[in-house]
Write a protein that binds this ligand. Structure first.
Ligand code: AMP
Ligand code: GLY
Length: 425
């Protein structure tokens, strides 16, 4: 098979690495890719959001299956463009991708199909939102309706902060069109975890649970990022909880979407908060998480390609996936200044030394090859992933590798996985 991967981050490097192990695959392309991906796939200089350019490439190169990493091309309708041309592609349609792209769409679905989530109200008018906030008081969570690069959610401990958040979203239009509607939501307390699953619109095949680390600094302090590290499985998710999420969250969401004439296929990602009253959904994403993919995919023992094919062909119920009975940890190494402004073009050293262990993978995110050197080319630069039998062993192995890698300004969290240790003691 000839496979095209769309995207160029750590998630896409992980997908390329796993797909490259499949005996079914003859050639992998990645658009646009990065320095690490270029070692196992042919990188194509087409943007992940150039839908026509990508479809034209897939036709010309006789691609058998395209796998989409990021949300933006899904939200723009890449799956519809490919399907109209008779090309096979893994991911939800534009309509179904609203599950991530529109928080109002996701909330309406959850209410209608009784999926546990925070109480909320949607507003199109800032005055009404303000009156409601004054009525319910703080703490409260204010969310912009659309995609806002992970920045459109403001958890407010004080009422003043919530009123200001509504002003920022609806009057100052800080997030553009994404802020035309605002959701005012009950503030839930609890640990967060992610459950990703494959679905063909009928059946659901959950992956191992994982936990992301969104804030930039240790102890979950500082501004939110795309994700500074992850581990899997997440011991906070008990087998009972995983079953509950499959039966009460994932299946109703997939069945509900079908009933709404919005059949969903690809990866469905439930971002959960584990409250005293049980797991509740904070958000759905319509793709593999990043960095979650960098720990979940390395734990998949089965060949990924037949699973992707079964999702596209609607035969997922015939698939049984096998998982490694191990832990995986990913530590993201980021540019100094990220998630604010940062410089690019710093030389990265130590990559080969770090990669020596067979259960250690340095996945590239924002990197670029230049004159035989690997340079930084983004905010999140590398995801260093280790795999071993216990979490402590995995953490040691991963951080040992991280310490061998360097570039000017490098920052990474030193406490990835610490939250899990209390469940394993
Ligand atoms: P979201 O993009 O909706 O997942 O929100 C981003 C982050 O905001 C989540 O990972 C949580 O840390 C926080 N958050 C979102 N909704 C709530 C809520 N209802 N209660 C408490 N925290 C929340
Ligand atoms: N790591 C969070 C996400 O991929 O949305």
């Amino acid at each position: 098979m000839r496979i095209l991967i769309v995207g160029g981050g750590g998630r896409e490097h992980t997908l390329a690495w796993k797909i490259n192990q499949s005996p079914l695959v003859e050639k992998i392309y990645c658009a646009p890719g990065n320095a690490g991906i270029s070692e196992i796939a042919e990188c194509v200089p087409v943007s992940a959001e150039d839908l026509e350019g990508l479809a034209g490439f897939a036709e010309k190169e006789k691609i058998d299956l395209t796998v989409v990493g990021p949300e933006a091309p899904l939200a723009k309708g890449i799956v519809d463009v490919f399907k109209n041309k008779g090309l096979k592609i893994f991911g939800p349609s534009k309509k179904a991708a609203q599950l991530e792209g529109s928080k109002v769409f996701a909330k309406d679905l959850m209410i209608k199909y009784d999926i546990p989530t925070a109480e909320h109200k949607t507003f199109e008018n800032p005055d009404e939102a303000e009156q409601y906030i004054k009525k319910v008081g703080a703490p409260v969570v204010i969310k912009a309706e659309g995609l806002a690069a992970g920045k459109g959610v403001i958890v407010c401990e004080e009422e003043e902060e919530a009123l200001l958040a509504v002003k920022r979203i609806m009057i100052d239009c800080e997030f553009g069109d994404a802020g035309s509607r605002v959701i005012v939501e009950e503030c839930l307390r609890g640990e967060e975890a992610s459950i990703l699953a494959f679905t063909d619109g009928e059946s659901v095949l959950p992956m191992v649970s994982s936990q992301d680390h969104k804030p930039i600094f240790d102890g979950d302090r500082g501004p939110n990022t795309g994700g500074m590290g992850a581990y899997a499985p997440a011991p906070v998710i008990t087998p009972e909880m995983a079953r509950f999420v499959e039966e009460e969250v994932l299946m109703p969401a997939v069945k509900g979407l079908k009933a709404e004439e919005c059949p969903y296929s690809g990866v469905i990602y439930a971002g959960l908060i584990l409250t005293e009253k049980g797991p509740k959904v904070l958000e759905f994403n319509c793709r593999f998480g990043d960095p979650e993919a960098q720990v979940v995919i390395p734990l998949l023992k089965s060949d990924l390609v037949p699973i992707l094919q079964a999702v596209v062909e609607g035969s997922l119920k015939e698939i049984k996936a096998q998982w490694h009975n191990n832990y995986a940890v990913c530590v993201v190494m980021a540019s100094g200044g990220y998630p604010g402004s940062y410089e690019k073009g710093k030389v990265i050293t130590g990559l080969e030394e770090a990669n020596e262990d067979k259960d250690l993978y340095v996945f590239h995110a924002g990197t670029k090859a230049l004159d035989g050197q690997t340079m930084t080319n983004g905010g999140r630069v590398l995801g260093v992933t280790g795999r071993a039998g216990t979490l402590t062993e995995t953490l040691d192995k991963t951080y040992d590798a991280v310490k061998k890698i360097n570039f000017e300004g490098v920052q990474y969290r030193k406490d990835i996985g610490q939250k899990a240790l209390k469940y394993l003691a």
